[in-house]
Design a binder for this molecule. Structure first.
Ligand SMILES: Cc1ncc(COP(=O)(O)O)c(C=O)c1O
Length: 397
């Protein structure tokens, strides 16, 4: 039969009318750049995440770039992040002229390892202005944790490190729209994007909340910073043709905002369906006796009374003989993918940073051993069974 990795037409069936109405309203208004639809979306999204400010951007990449530019990060600065993420996370750091420092991941969650991060921060010298310095002498200006595959990095620990070492947090929440966590300290529940000083999300069409093209958003807690983001997104211009700073064209299209507004009421339902699929996989792999061959995704927030503890943007297994398994699944027309085959510290374009094979072993092992399976909301129980059966045939004959 075959199972697709993702089936966007099935999703579209559920929002067809709402999307068409939203798009038609934008055409009727002929207001395509920024304007009321974009503002309505920004306000709804800020409310969803639980942050005071949201600024619509042309992509997740541009949302990150705008944050780094608005923070004034550039030459002589450094930003810490994980090597196991989509390229843009480190690409944007490079683009503003800053040094990227990679900290290895926790092999269970695939998220940046906060113990290693603390060790690194603790080992730093400070300059006269109090900035921690990298080995190359760059000032550490931000930490970018990535809520990879839809699960949040430990928020309290992250905030403690940020305070202790005076380094702001910029969350990469591109894959984590609606992912929740509960503070160990206060017991309060929050969502990805509300941990750091700022955060960015991607609405690339395959994301849990996807636009009909490229789109993204930056969120933040500080009103002045939100104004800087608005400035940077529009060529540094408040009054037309007067440029206070150099920015870019990072504006969110009204058409994309209309699509996102139409889809947003369903995002919790979709996330919940993805979690349901993950539970079905867990039951299926367990019943088939496959847990010696595959390691299921960790759910670090499970049992902490948060609903969307993992929103399964991707369902990623660590699998014995990964490449052979992948070939077997492809031969059986089962969609699968590797996120990500080469960790960022080993990418050719970052060779100048001086990392080598073996520098960050957990990220390298994850790149070699993990495989993503279909997890989209509309996946049917019989499709999940087909995927599990195919994997059982591969390992057990
Ligand atoms: C972790 C991560 N960061 C950043 C991005 C960049 O977002 P976009 O593709 O919208 O530019 C993505 C999206 O692919 C992502 O998955």
């Amino acid at each position: 039969m075959g199972v697709p990795l993702l089936d966007l037409p099935r999703q579209h069936e559920r929002v067809r009318t709402a999307v068409a109405d939203g798009v038609a309203a934008v055409f009727a208004s002929q207001q395509f750049i920024l304007g009321k639809t974009v503002e309505d979306f920004e306000n709804s999204f800020a409310e969803l995440i639980g942050v005071p400010h949201a600024v619509g951007m042309s992509s997740g990449t541009d949302a990150q770039l705008a944050i780094l530019m608005a923070m004034g990060i550039g030459e002589g600065d450094a930003v810490i992040t994980t090597p196991y993420t989509f390229f843009a996370t480190a690409g944007c750091i490079h683009r503003v002229g800053a040094e990227t420092v990679f900290i290895d991941i926790d092999p269970a969650t695939y998220l940046i390892d906060l113990t290693l991060l603390e060790q690194y921060l603790e080992s730093r010298q400070r300059d006269d202005e109090g900035y921690l310095l990298t080995d190359k002498g760059a000032r550490i200006r931000a930490i970018i944790p990535v809520h990879l595959f839809g699960v949040c990095v430990a928020a309290d620990a992250l905030q403690n490190l940020s305070e202790k070492y005076s380094v702001p947090i910029v969350e990469d929440a591109a894959q984590a729209v609606g992912a929740e966590f509960r503070s160990w300290a206060t017991g309060e529940m929050s969502r990805a994007g509300a941990i750091g000083d700022s955060a960015y999300f991607s609405f690339f069409p395959t994301k849990n909340l996807g636009a009909a093209g490229d789109a993204g958003i930056s969120v933040c807690k500080d009103a002045d910073f939100a104004n800087k983001l608005r400035l940077v997104r529009n060529h540094g211009m408040e009054q037309r043709y007067y440029h206070r700073v150099v920015g870019g064209n990072f504006r969110l299209d009204a058409l994309q905002a209309a699509v996102l507004l139409a889809k947003m009421p369903l995002v919790h339902e979709w996330n919940s369906e993805r979690r349901g699929n993950a539970t079905d996989y867990r039951d299926g792999f367990t019943a088939a006796g496959l847990l010696d061959f595959v390691t299921l995704p960790a759910e670090p927030w499970y049992g902490r009374a948060v609903e969307n503890h993992h929103i399964y943007h991707q369902y990623v297994l660590r699998a014995h003989r990964r490449d052979e398994l992948m070939a077997h699944l492809q031969a059986n027309k089962i969609g699968c993918a590797v996120y990500y085959p080469v960790p960022l510290h080993l990418q050719e374009c970052f060779a100048y940073l001086g990392y080598q094979e073996g520098s960050l072993p957990h990220a390298e092992a994850a790149a070699r051993e993990t495989i993503a399976l279909p997890i989209f909301a509309e996946l049917r129980p019989e499709e999940i069974k087909e995927v599990v059966d195919a994997i059982a045939t591969f390992y057990k004959g």
